[in-house]
Design a protein around this ligand. Structure first.
Ligand code: ADP
Length: 214
């Protein structure tokens, strides 16, 4: 379980506040047989982290927030737009051979496929392997033939939060999501312009950043 590291005294303060709220710092100090000055740094940490709420002339309240709910709030506050990476895009007509070269050159595990600038599919490592083993002529066959195609593409939108995107990745057992923007095509239909991508690496990087941030 993820937890903000609280010291014993801070845990005791939380218990006292939970059971006696609202309670002044003086009263907390008295119960712990300490001075108010000694408690000040602990109270500062507990209020800054949002576990306690201090109201002037009233005292301290317990907010009911746990360390886990802070982590969760933090993640939900991060928008897909802020953390998306650059998409690697090829056109549907690109040969499997050229797309595989792109996969290596760009060091990615999947490629977004478009036609006339709009999302039509996604093609991943295993899609290539499966078809290479199957003996397809890699130089002749275009990616459009073997890719996973719309409307079966799972997408992320800029203003979604990163938790929603991560849930899609887990639920659909895929490694990445194209980040898209809805557009109207000339014939009045809905299409998707590709703005970026969210991958398992995006999530892992965020996890590390949040974990290191103490
Ligand atoms: P890998 O090839 O390493 O297993 P994925 O898990 O991403 O990579 O892909 C598994 C399958 O899901 C592939 O057939 C791929 O075309 C498809 N796929 C990948 N990303 C998406 C997506 N965003 N939406 C729908 N299908 C996808």
């Amino acid at each position: 379980m993820i937890d903000i590291q609280l010291n014993d005294r801070q845990e005791k303060i939380i218990d006292i506040v939970k059971n006696n709220q609202p309670i002044t710092s003086e009263a907390i100090a008295k119960r712990l047989k300490l001075t108010r000055a000694t408690l000040r740094p602990d109270l500062a940490i507990l209020t800054m982290s949002g576990i306690l709420d201090a109201r002037p002339n009233v005292g301290y309240f317990y907010t009911g927030k746990t360390a886990l709910s802070f982590f969760s709030d933090k993640i939900k506050g991060i928008k897909v737009d802020e953390v998306k990476s650059v998409p690697i895009i090829v056109d549907e007509e690109t040969s499997l051979y050229d797309a595989i070269v792109t996969l290596f050159l760009e060091d990615v595990s999947s490629i977004v496929v478009t036609s006339n600038g709009l999302l039509t599919g996604v093609i991943s490592r295993k899609d290539f392997l499966k078809n290479a083993i199957g003996g397809l002529d890699l130089e002749k066959i275009p990616v459009g033939v073997i890719m996973t195609r719309m409307p079966n593409i799972v997408m992320a939108f800029s203003d979604e939060n990163i938790l929603e995107a991560a849930i899609k990745i887990i639920d659909h057992e895929i490694d990445s999501l194209p980040v898209v923007e809805e557009v109207k095509t000339k014939d009045g239909e809905i299409g998707y312009k590709v703005l970026g991508r969210i991958t398992k690496t995006t999530i892992a990087r965020l996890f590390v950043e949040l974990g290191k941030n103490d």
